[in-house]
Design a protein around this ligand. Structure first.
Ligand code: CDP
Length: 241
């Protein structure tokens, strides 16, 4: 059941539960241990993986397991207003939540004292960059052969007035910020057990709307997973040629 609201038609003609056109590619940086890109509409994320390698300084090592370290950043010309290069509060937060989401599926117990670095960069942003970054990073980790219990797929669900929609673009992201009781909910879901690896909620939502959000996220993540699996399949076919 779709919750009725004032936002009755999407600006770009999509259905409320429709993800923007997606593209995924694995192996975009040949010198890296793993790499991938993930696009939805005009939002593009690139992820590069390096490791596992011995972690320095030594006192940060964990003798039981390797650790995952994520760095997220938007390129200066990824949006119309130039973004100042270097870390800021937002990029620190997104790096951390990406790390948490991926850590729930990555198993580095076979690589004690090591680190796996994941660099996520956004060359072009039209909202939903953290979830696009997570989709790219999961692909890059799989490409690097890092043991993963399952894949993860990520999507943003937004509430515009009373209407729930998936994969907001920047226009929708800015109108929903003006609406009353609006919220934007990034959801990361595991591929097999359908567990929620990350959910960020900063706003008001009813219990029914929340249930609907999870259902919409689940369906969108299934669509995203297909695109991710196709990208992984294509790279293994290429390397077998
Ligand atoms: O990108 P995401 O939706 O994960 O995070 P956000 O902080 O909600 O940002 C939403 C969008 O605002 C970004 O995807 C960019 O398109 C835009 N943005 C911007 O124009 N300038 C910034 N400094 C940060 C974000």
């Amino acid at each position: 059941m779709m919750v009725e609201g004032l936002y009755t038609k999407r600006e770009d003609g999509r259905k409320f539960d429709e993800v923007r056109p997606m593209k995924a590619k694995v192996g975009i940086v040949p010198s890296a241990d793993g790499s991938a890109s993930f696009e939805t509409g005009k939002t593009k994320a690139i992820a590069v993986v390096r490791g596992p390698r011995t972690l320095h300084p030594q006192h940060m090592q964990n003798a039981q397991t390797g650790i995952l370290r994520v760095s997220y950043g938007m390129m200066p010309f990824s949006v119309e207003d130039r973004i100042r290069p270097g870390p800021n509060r937002r990029s620190e937060e997104i790096s951390k939540v990406t790390e948490w989401a991926l850590s729930s599926v990555v198993d580095l117990s076979g690589f004690p004292n090591t680190v796996v670095d994941v660099f996520v960069q956004i060359p072009q942003a039209d909202a939903g960059t953290r979830v696009a970054g997570i989709n790219a990073a999961a692909l890059a980790l799989a490409h690097a052969g890092i043991p993963m219990k399952e894949m993860v797929s990520a999507i943003g669900v937004g509430k515009i007035d009373k209407t729930l929609v998936v994969d907001l673009n920047k226009y929708e992201d800015s109108i929903f910020h003006d609406g009353e009781g609006s919220t934007d909910i990034p959801v990361v879901m595991t591929s097999r057990t359908k567990e929620i690896a990350l959910l960020q909620l900063d706003g008001k939502i009813s219990v029914d709307e929340f249930k609907e959000t999870i259902e919409m996220a689940k369906k969108a993540c299934d669509d995203i997973l297909k695109v991710q699996m196709d990208a992984l399949k294509n790279v293994s076919e290429e390397s077998n040629e």
